[in-house]
Design a protein around this ligand. Sequence first.
Ligand SMILES: [Zn+2]
Length: 271
Amino acid sequence: MNVTETSGENILENKGLPEGIWMQCKKCEQLFLQKDFEENFMVCPKCGYHMRIDSKKRIEFTVDEGSFKEMNNDLMPVDFLDFPGYEDKLKSSYLKDAIITGEAKISGYNVVIGGMDFSFMGGSMGSVVGEKIVRAVERAIKKKYSLIIISSSGGARMQEGILSLMQMGKTSAALAKLADNGLAYISVLTDPTTGGVAASYAMLGDVNIAEPGALIGFAGPRVIEQTIRQQLPEGFQLSEFLKKHGMVDIVVERKNMKYILTKVLEFFVKK
Ligand SMILES: [Zn+2]
């Protein structure tokens, strides 16, 4: 991770410290060794700030080592609206789209799991994200596995217009089918989970688990404040606030996520 990504000011350069060994927290601005940060599941060892991580790391931290088998990684987005700049944006990332899905094991429990990438166009949900989630649900039904989706998204992808909004209905309908089959869906919400993703599959878990300090909501706080012309309470739309108001079931630190998921799976799955 580049230090300039985590902080506006490059303190390391000012202090003559090499990047790649030292890092600075975006929140508390304290310095620490990159090694300590990585060993701490990419959470600030000083203040506990949960930095955004990519889908591969997400899945690596969550599932049993070597158990993840990716599926549907040949699905590619198409610029069917000829939206200005979309094609270039798609080509500028090493990722194919904003989610990876596959089968895996968590403490021996079989699951179908998806992890979203905020770094790919703000984790936005277009037709590929929607389709991959629906196929993940179908796989879970076929194999009678539980489903886990780890969300991180700014919402629906405007470059795909109405077809991205349609994914809200499509994924929600698929999840209803999963429920009809008596299978569990655990939603993990990470910073940020907003817009059409929060308004569809991210909030539909049988259990909704959030990482500490994650921004979760439909419209962002700035938009709401401007619309209702009122100041919002402190911490509004953060995990802890949502837990207090019944929108989130558990707030779990990243280092404990696998343990808590295991406990939830233990509750739902008959051995
Ligand atoms: Zn910190």
